[in-house]
Write a protein that binds this ligand. Structure first.
Ligand SMILES: Cc1cc2nc3c(=O)[nH]c(=O)nc-3n(C[C@H](O)[C@H](O)[C@H](O)COP(=O)(O)OP(=O)(O)OC[C@H]3O[C@@H](n4cnc5c(N)ncnc54)[C@H](O)[C@@H]3O)c2cc1C
Length: 341
């Protein structure tokens, strides 16, 4: 069947932020063959390509995208290997991440449960090295296959090749917009192995009187905590945490600690991580609005769209937050959300 390339498709409809102008060309791909046809179509016409998953980590431009947006709906998931201790699950990239988590939990595979309820597709997970409650994708990553957007050739990436870091990978740096992640394999434990130290997980389990939690108990508690903290994009459009938690050196931290004794921090491989949400709270912008763009009143790390915010409105707010945080703490905040200008 021939691929249907649509024209002038509203990108706001494909982003959880509900912001974005028109994509000049737009196509949904459901197989590897579809994808190859789509990139050849773009190449013949010298059109730029943008790969779209669930649109939960994007702030599209008000001008839209002057090229071909390829919306990934390539699906399929299976266990491809297992022994006594571990199992390897493979998922095509257009599957919902939450489906991969449910698939693993239902088979009693450990290691992925703290990332329950994160939005988006499997293909975007390694791009961003998604993470939550003390676990990152890199901790369970095994292998991935990606397609070169220019040549259509396949390439395999192991853990080292992906150069994962905090909300970062080679696909956001050297290989930005150069590869399409086709499938991802994760290695999960078949032996009970929880990571309950982070956030309120332990307290919540205790509140419920659960002493020996099962995988589904942990997932349920995480969903409850997330529901309390995060706005539902279906009700209040947003793209999750807008800023990364900055990491500073121990020396810089000591200076800040002298000035701000209640400063929050976590140890990090590269220094000291400061919660960006705490920094933003200290500069009194929680609940602040510019047009329909706002700093979420219950969690300062999240920027929301109260109705018809534009990218311009959000970027105004981003600059304001960054300036205020820099003026008070000397820390430069970096966006976690992908901003397409
Ligand atoms: C309410 C809410 C809560 C969230 N909580 C978390 C959280 O706890 N932790 C966390 O890490 N993130 C969180 N996020 C952010 C988001 O869910 C993740 O970053 C997710 O991985 C994005 O997936 P997506 O398919 O929607 O990607 P998209 O937004 O569609 O794309 C994101 C980027 O990845 C690229 N991309 C997408 N698919 C592919 C592919 N197959 N190959 C190559 N590049 C690709 C896109 O080009 C784009 O640059 C949250 C978002 C929301 C709205």
């Amino acid at each position: 069947m021939e691929l249907e390339i649509k024209k002038n498709v509203k990108l706001a409809d494909y982003s959880t932020f509900k912001i974005g102008g028109l994509a000049k060309y737009f196509v949904v791909v459901k197989s590897e063959d579809d994808f190859i046809v789509a990139i050849k179509w773009a190449k013949r016409r010298s059109k730029k390509i943008f790969v779209l998953g669930g649109g939960s980590n994007i702030l599209f431009s008000d001008k839209g995208f002057d090229g071909l947006v390829i919306k990934n709906e390539i699906k399929g998931m299976e266990v491809v290997g297992e022994n006594e201790d571990s199992a390897i699950i493979k998922s095509y990239s257009g599957e919902a991440w939450s489906k991969m988590v449910n698939f693993s939990i239902s088979r009693n595979y450990y290691g992925i449960e703290n990332m329950f309820y994160i939005f988006g597709t499997v293909g975007a997970a390694p791009v961003q090295n998604i993470g939550a409650y003390g676990v990152e994708l890199k901790d369970i990553f095994y292998n991935l296959c990606a397609i070169d957007l220019k040549t259509g050739e396949k390439k395999y990436f192991n853990l080292k090749d992906c150069q994962f870091a905090y909300r970062d990978s080679i696909f956001k740096n050297k290989l930005k917009n150069k590869y399409f992640v086709l499938w991802v394999e994760l290695k999960l434990s078949k032996k009970e192995k929880f990571n309950l130290e982070y956030g309120d997980i332990k307290n919540k389990l205790a509140e419920k009187g659960i002493e020996n939690p099962k995988l589904k108990d942990v997932a349920e508690v995480i969903q409850e905590i997330r529901n309390l903290k995060l706005p539902n994009p279906g009700i209040l459009p947003n793209a999750g945490s807008f800023f990364k938690n900055p990491v500073i050196s121990e020396d810089e931290f000591k200076i800040l600690k002298d000035k701000f004794s209640d400063i929050k921090s976590f140890p990090d491989q590269k220094g000291i991580k400061i919660p960006a949400g705490w920094l933003i709270e200290q500069v009194d912008v929680k609940g602040y609005r510019h047009g329909d763009a706002g700093v979420y009143e219950n969690q300062a790390l999240i920027l929301v769209n109260h109705g018809s915010a534009s990218q311009k409105d959000v970027l105004f707010l981003v600059d304001l937050v960054k300036k205020n945080v820099f003026d008070k703490f000397g820390i430069i905040l970096e966006a976690e959300v992908n901003i397409l200008k």
